[in-house]
Design a protein around this ligand. Structure first.
Ligand code: IFM
Length: 455
């Protein structure tokens, strides 16, 4: 695949590679931007608690204020409008609307999302919602063991049904989970994310409960709404660091744990047998009927793509051939893998229509004061342009993709990295909460403008 660098790229030509009804968006999540962590009756989430544990977050920060989006959402919607976005992807905070994760609803919490959705619609933006972007009610974690308990599935389904009942007619789509691999693996195996456990067996059991809760939530929401329903998976496909048989086998398993572990039960009705065999006694307990509950028909698949894994059987840091740029997260920039992966998904799973629900990069951005304050982020423009060219290529090969959401609208709380990583199209000065469009925001705006001109 030959990619043009942004300076030689004809933006009008790139825009014209996307169909007329393709939607352009940006994404965020509740815990990362809202702040107002204990305002208007919101309950604590596992991230509110995790941030208070010493050593968990790189800059020892918390999400009490974050980007203060709870109070500034109208200004942030004005930024989206200024960009020319068609759509905005956000998440509901479960503990904001149901502080204990079961039982009573918090009307003041629902009122916030009511205002947000109305304001988005008034601004001509399609609202795309996610139910779970990692902020589990702490009370549910403490009372039943959170995702470790099978009993969480009906509770999650109740929450999903309530959201669908109240908001379904105004939402363009509802996704159950964002990146269940992260919830399970980073939260329960590597301890990088809340709640900070270190057990592979727990992580795999949690992944199964996440899948069960997904299926139950889809079924419960179908009874309440005609909104498009789906799930958002993070795909980091794995490749062998060398052509050796051992590396190839290790990469296949890694890919199995990351990609196939979630795709297969949803779209093929079974967990991948080679991975089950590989994890041995750590395999989750699966009851008869579980896979039928999980495999509900979906209206869309959300794919979050950032990078690839290079895997070596010896477990040493892989040094693959042709390594080029890396982002500020240390993630390799591989747009051609993005194209190839989308083609693979189409071939292996025949999924429903796809949305790219996240794609973006962290960059060491800084504000340059003169001639007027601006943020020169040529690296992000190159990342965006490379991935959009790759997306156009995949779509040209027949992959049905309906929209693209850049991650993220704003710089925000990057989980265990705190506020040290900047993914936004808008720079946020956390001391003043001032937002400033980066050069990439201007680039994205002009791409969208070219696309709109042909509609
Ligand atoms: O910030 C996260 C987001 O919450 C989920 N997907 C990946 C992003 C970058 O790490």
């Amino acid at each position: 695949m030959h990619l043009l660098d942004p300076e030689h790229l004809d933006l009008a030509a790139l825009a014209s590679a996307f169909p007329r009804d393709f939607i352009w968006g940006a994404a965020t999540s509740a815990a990362q931007i809202e702040g107002a962590a204990f305002t208007d009756g919101k309950g604590a989430s596992i991230w509110d608690a995790f941030c208070r544990q010493p050593g968990r977050i790189k800059d020892a920060s918390d999400i009490d204020t974050a980007c203060d989006h709870y109070h500034r959402f109208r200004d942030d919607i004005a930024l989206m409008r200024g960009l020319g976005l068609d759509a905005y992807r956000f998440s509901f905070s479960w503990p904001r609307v149901q502080p204990l994760g079961e039982g009573a609803w918090n009307e003041a919490g629902f009122a916030f999302y009511d205002r947000l959705i109305d304001a988005l619609l008034e601004a001509g933006l399609q609202p795309h919602a996610t139910l779970y972007h990692w902020d589990l009610p702490q009370a549910l974690h403490e009372r039943i063991g959170g995702w470790l308990s099978r009993d969480i599935a009906p509770r999650f389904a109740d929450y999903a049904a309530e959201v669908a009942r109240r908001f379904g007619s105004r939402l363009a789509s509802i996704a159950t989970h964002n990146e269940p691999w992260c919830t399970a693996t980073l939260g329960y195996e590597t301890a990088q994310f809340a709640p900070g456990h270190t057990s592979r067996a727990e992580s795999l059991q949690v992944s199964h409960h996440l899948m069960l809760s997904h299926g139950d939530a889809i079924a419960a929401m179908r009874a309440e709404t005609t909104a498009k329903l789906g799930i958002v998976l993070n795909h980091t496909p794995s490749f062998p660091a060398t052509p050796s048989e051992a590396d190839r086998r290790a990469a296949r398993i890694d890919d199995g744990l990351n990609v196939r572990w979630y795709m297969d039960p949803i779209f093929r009705g079974a967990y991948p047998a080679d991975v089950i065999e590989h994890v041995g006694a750590d395999a989750p307990r699966i009851l008869p009927g579980d896979l039928a509950r999980i495999g509900q028909p979906l209206d869309f698949l959300g794919v979050n793509f950032y990078t690839r894994n290079l895997i070596s059987a010896t477990g040493q840091a892989a040094q693959g051939p042709g390594r080029r740029g890396f982002t500020d997260m240390g993630w390799e920039v591989v747009p051609e893998v993005f194209a190839a992966h989308l083609v693979r998904l189409g071939r292996e799973y025949s999924p429903p229509p796809i949305y790219i629900t996240e794609n973006g990069m962290a960059n060491a951005d800084r504000v340059v004061a003169l001639p007027q304050p601006h943020v020169p982020d040529a690296e992000r423009i190159a990342y965006l342009s490379g991935h959009l060219q790759a997306l156009a290529t995949a779509m040209g090969l027949g992959v049905d993709v309906r929209g693209y959401f850049y991650w993220s609208l704003l710089d925000n709380f990057e989980w265990n990295s705190g506020y040290t990583k900047r993914f936004g199209l808008f720079h946020v000065d956390y001391a003043t909460q001032q937002r400033l469009a980066k050069d990439s925001a201007h680039w994205y705006h002009s791409l969208i403008g070219h696309h709109r001109a042909k509609r």
